[in-house]
Design a protein around this ligand. Structure first.
Ligand SMILES: NC(=O)c1ccc[n+]([C@@H]2O[C@H](COP(=O)([O-])OP(=O)(O)OC[C@H]3O[C@@H](n4cnc5c(N)ncnc54)[C@H](OP(=O)(O)O)[C@@H]3O)[C@@H](O)[C@H]2O)c1
Length: 318
């Protein structure tokens, strides 16, 4: 056992559960931050048995709800004196979902879950993270943001609180990409803000990793088949769990902050490619670059301002 504490959101399934097993095997105290306690208790028992580590804790967190984030933070602070690693792994993507859904706080559900929740939770836990001598925060991002290589692609900033929910066609996959792009941009700014607190903040680009049966069951019917086929060619969850572990614990990444890291564990750079078909193809193939959109200071400020204003003035619908 070591004395390090890691919080992993969505640790009851998929990559989050594999990461909980990895950290558990390495002797960490693991706090599984999960929304459904009944389901998650089964996963907790499985992880304790697999790792022989009794320090696998389970606390309730619905990362899409500001009230739940506040409650979770209070309980965590009461139970643990410090926090070393915070992994924002939980995410919402219901493939094929046609309806624009709002969170309890009146915010588009994927934006609330994938961008605002991580923003608010980290800010709630800065005091605990500061007490660690090597505090690291990691955001689970995705290759989906590569759609922003298309210069016409923009985040739908004007439709995050249901403004056009009945007028515009809702595309769950596109909204997911918007929320993960916003998460990446928030990573860059948060890393700057937290430097003085000696907390590092990075994002990892995840490509195709095997989806769990439970996740596929949630998809709309046609998508279930496609997901099962994709699973055949996808990497095992354990490979990404190992990458989470490496970024959050290794000497190599100890002083790295504000970076986007790919699944080969390489720090990526904003794209340097110019216009033209040949350049576009090279850019798409190059796994070491990400869209310039993410590096645009105006876009970053816009995302940051939204995160600050939406989490400080929530429209509570609880
Ligand atoms: N798998 C891939 O190919 C892939 C590719 C790119 C990026 N990623 C990213 O990698 C991360 C993990 O993906 P995965 O494939 O392992 O997903 P997954 O198997 O679907 O697991 C998602 C986890 O998030 C939890 N969750 C969802 N909404 C939540 C909420 N409001 N509050 C708390 N927990 C919530 C789920 O809990 P419930 O069980 O309660 O639903 C589940 O534990 C995600 O951030 C995803 O976007 C995955």
């Amino acid at each position: 056992m070591n004395d390090k504490v890691v919080v992993i959101t969505g640790a009851n399934a998929g990559i989050g559960k594999a990461a909980a097993i990895k950290f558990g095997n390495e002797g960490y105290t693991v706090v599984m931050a999960c929304r459904n306690l009944e389901r998650s208790k089964i996963a907790q028992q499985e992880i304790i048995e697999a790792t022989k580590n009794p320090q696998i804790d389970l606390l309730q967190l619905d990362i899409s709800s500001f009230k739940s984030i506040h409650q979770f933070s209070t309980v965590l602070k009461d139970k643990y004196p410090k926090l070393d690693i915070l992994i924002h792994n939980a995410a919402y993507l219901n493939h094929g979902e046609k309806n624009y859904l709002l969170s309890k706080d009146g915010i588009e559900l994927s934006f609330a879950t994938n961008t605002l929740g991580p923003f608010l939770l980290t800010r709630q836990l800065v005091g605990m993270l500061e007490k660690s001598d090597d505090a690291r925060v990691l955001h689970a991002c995705t290759t989906n943001i590569r759609h922003f290589f298309d210069p016409k692609r923009k985040i739908e900033f004007d439709n995050l609180q249901g403004e056009f929910k009945d007028e515009r066609l809702f595309n769950a996959y596109k909204m997911y990409g918007d929320t993960k792009m916003a998460l990446l941009m928030m990573t860059f700014k948060m890393a700057e803000e937290l430097k003085e607190h000696r907390i590092s903040v990075n994002a990892v680009q995840i490509s195709a990793i095997k989806l769990s049966r439970e996740t596929i069951e949630k998809f709309q019917s046609g998508w279930k088949f496609a997901a099962r086929i994709q699973n055949v060619f996808s990497a095992p969850r354990e490979s990404m769990a190992d990458t989470y572990f490496h970024i959050c614990t290794s000497e190599e990444f100890k002083s790295v902050t504000g970076k986007f890291i790919n699944d080969k564990r390489k720090v990526m750079e904003p794209s340097h490619y110019s216009n033209g078909l040949a350049q576009d193809i090279k850019q798409l193939m190059d796994q070491n670059v990400y869209p310039k959109y993410a590096d645009n200071p105006e876009n970053i400020e816009r995302v940051w301002d939204l995160c600050v204003s939406m989490t400080s003035n929530p429209v509570s619908r609880v």
